[in-house]
Write a protein that binds this ligand. Structure first.
Ligand SMILES: Cc1ncc(COP(=O)(O)O)c(C=O)c1O
Length: 396
């Protein structure tokens, strides 16, 4: 019997990360070591006290049952999120209505589109962007309006350039700073402008603050909810995947407007049963325990970024040093400028075993770039850099 995938799935762009995955497999099978910078998958262990809490939680009677929002573990987790937010950004939330735990922020972002977009409703999504920001829209049946992010504008969207009619028909706008894949940052002034621009447009503004902590030097990643009035139409997504190196644990949360979160919660309630309680207990320990770990890994990421970017620049591959995240957004070297980002990714991988993400995996405006995720040790980075140097010299 022929299986016909739903049209909404057929409308999705090819998931280039799956393509890169199968290329990596092929290269590995050919006997070459693959040094993988393609996925933002932190390589550190989570904080030890979080793992200890998880071990303790696993022994508790009834821990393995379904999660229920009114029970102690769940209430404690929501309160911990509230306290963390107050400590971090000085904002207060009602823990029962303005805070919603998620099975990772990716899940929440995808379900937000499902909760709000009718077939053919418009959503504004920057390009490039973290893929679920646009794929979630397409899967929900919505229509994507790409806001191009340009290097000369610091990868911030130019909202004034969005046609008035498009804005009128748009129900959601996604933003995310510090930004994946470009590593761009924004200040609170930018969020002031966004909130002022969006306030009379009947539009949800969803801000993904996954990299709130991976910020270098004196920079600070603000929350959009610090802006007065933002709670009327904004929600913000967070994850423990990056700050606490817990990507496989699948834990994140959304905060902000209670009506938006109620609809998101309603959508989720038809699909999932919430987070494993032991994970909620461990996540509570992460948010309420000592935060030295976060500072420590941020320092290591900064060291990696400095080392890697300096080395690329020295060998003639000019790239900008990021002020946040562990990503390096690199324009394809001049000598390879005729290659698409996917072709360049494939060539680099086949020739050197170094795996990166093609810029177009993050949307059409990612063409011309590749992204390195510096989630590899220094010796691995050193080996990769040596191979990249040889690869670039080959062409001269
Ligand atoms: C901007 C952004 N949001 C969300 C996520 C996913 O987070 P989670 O592991 O909580 O689903 C990522 C992961 O790379 C990301 O870069």
């Amino acid at each position: 019997m022929p299986m016909h995938e739903a049209n909404r799935m057929l409308r999705l762009p090819p998931y280039l990360f799956t393509v890169v995955d199968s290329l990596k497999r092929e290269v590995r099978e050919s006997g070459k070591e693959v040094i993988d910078f393609s996925m933002g998958n932190p390589d550190f262990d989570p904080p030890p006290h979080v793992v200890t809490e998880m071990r303790r939680a696993l022994k508790i009677k009834h821990i393995h049952r379904y999660s229920k929002p009114d029970e102690e573990v769940e209430v404690n987790f929501r309160r911990a999120i509230g306290k963390w937010y107050q400590g971090r950004f000085g904002i207060d939330f009602d823990p029962d209505k303005e805070i919603l735990p998620l099975i990772g922020s990716k899940e929440g972002v995808a379900h937000l589109s499902l909760a709000f977009l009718n077939n053919d409703d418009l959503a504004l999504v920057p390009s490039p962007a973290y893929p679920v920001h646009f794929n979630g829209v397409i899967m929900a049946g919505g229509i994507l309006y790409n806001i191009p992010l340009k290097e000369e504008n610091g990868y911030l969207p130019d909202l004034q350039h969005i046609p008035r009619e498009t804005t009128r028909l748009s129900k959601i706008m996604f933003l995310s700073y510090p930004h994946n894949p470009t590593a761009a940052v924004c200040d609170i002034e930018f969020f002031n402008k966004v909130v002022h621009w969006a306030k009379d447009k009947n539009m949800i503004v969803a801000h993904d603050l996954a990299y709130s902590d991976i910020v270098f030097g004196d920079k600070r990643a603000p929350s959009i909810l610090e802006v007065k009035g933002a709670k009327k139409f904004c929600v913000e997504f967070h994850t423990l995947s990056k700050s606490y190196s817990m990507p496989g644990w699948r834990v994140g949360f959304a905060v902000g407007n209670k009506e938006i979160l109620a609809s998101l919660n309603k959508t989720k309630s038809y699909v999932d049963f919430g987070l494993f309680r032991a994970v909620q207990m461990a996540a509570t320990a992460a948010l309420t325990g000592p935060q030295g770990y976060v500072k420590k890994i941020t320092k290591i990421y900064k060291k990696r970024v400095d080392y890697f970017v300096d080395a690329l620049n020295k060998m003639g591959w000019a790239v900008r040093k990021p002020e946040a995240t562990f990503y390096v957004w690199a324009k394809i070297p001049e000598v390879y400028h005729a290659h698409s980002s996917m072709d360049f990714t494939e060539l680099l991988l086949r020739e050197t075993g170094v795996a990166v993400s093609p810029g177009t995996g993050f949307g059409e405006c990612g063409e011309g770039y590749v992204r390195f995720a510096l989630v590899r040790s220094e010796p691995e980075m050193e080996r990769a850099l040596k191979r990249i140097k040889g690869f670039l010299e080959m062409k001269v």
